[in-house]
Write a protein of this length. Structure first.
Length: 133
């Protein structure tokens, strides 16, 4: 585990896969994974991210894909059973480039320096998933 990931490890149940230094190449592989699913073979350094990305509902994967396509960057994926058991939180580098979201998404502009600027939440199978920036 890298030094930055050790810094973000709060307890044994909290899994943070923060890597602010993710390159454009990795972003492209993430996009390739979203598009090609099972046919995609990841590099070993991407496996933890891709395991969490695989847990996201398709609608959120598409939203992340769109954001990366528009120049935003996925900088972290977290699985800490918050806000519910099984939840995954995706962190983007900057505000959403997309301004019209799927009708099933709940968008909030929070501008909270202790949490995030914007949040999209989506519930599926009694689990809430988040994309924040």
């Amino acid at each position: 585990m890298s030094k930055i990931n050790e810094d973000y490890k709060i307890n044994e149940d909290y899994k943070s896969h923060v890597n602010i230094e993710k390159s454009i190449e990795v972003q492209q592989r993430i996009m390739e994974f979203i598009k090609n699913g099972a046919a995609f073979f990841p590099k070993s350094s991407d496996i933890r991210w891709l395991i969490l990305l695989k847990k996201l509902p398709l609608k959120l994967k598409i939203c992340i894909f769109d954001e990366i396509s528009f120049g935003n960057s996925l900088i972290a994926l977290h699985s800490s059973d918050w806000p519910e058991k099984g939840s995954v939180v995706a962190l983007l580098n900057s505000k959403f480039r997309t301004k019209e979201f799927d009708k099933d998404f709940h968008f909030r502009a929070l501008n909270d320096p202790h949490y995030c600027n914007e949040e999209i939440s989506y519930a599926e199978d009694n689990v809430t998933y988040l994309i924040i920036n």
